[in-house]
Design a protein around this ligand. Sequence first.
Ligand code: ZN
Length: 123
Amino acid sequence: MYIDNDIFSAVTVAAKGLYPELDALIHWDPTLSGDDLKDKFSRAITFKKPEFGYTFFPDDGGTPVVGVSPHIKVTAAAEVLAHELAHVVAGKEAGHGREWSDAFDAIHKRANEIMARCWEDGS
Ligand SMILES: [Zn+2]
């Protein structure tokens, strides 16, 4: 048993296909929500959009950690995942500059193509 049109798999397959060296530990982070948690969680202050997701680059250069809120719509969460994976691709210092936006656009476009094929196949 599996989900045959899983939008999260589409995002990860798209990202891995475009950037074969890409690696990240992705997890649902229940401490994130669609609400503004800045007052509730001090750790949230260190991230730009703590209510939806984050990318953490370990100081030792280890595998980046991506957190996504499980409390938002599935389609929004998939877009957050694409957003965060673009951060992993662009690197810690890139911010939301050109390299990040190129990676995000590419991952987003490829994931949409994968999902469109799922619908065409009737699966
Ligand atoms: Zn970002």
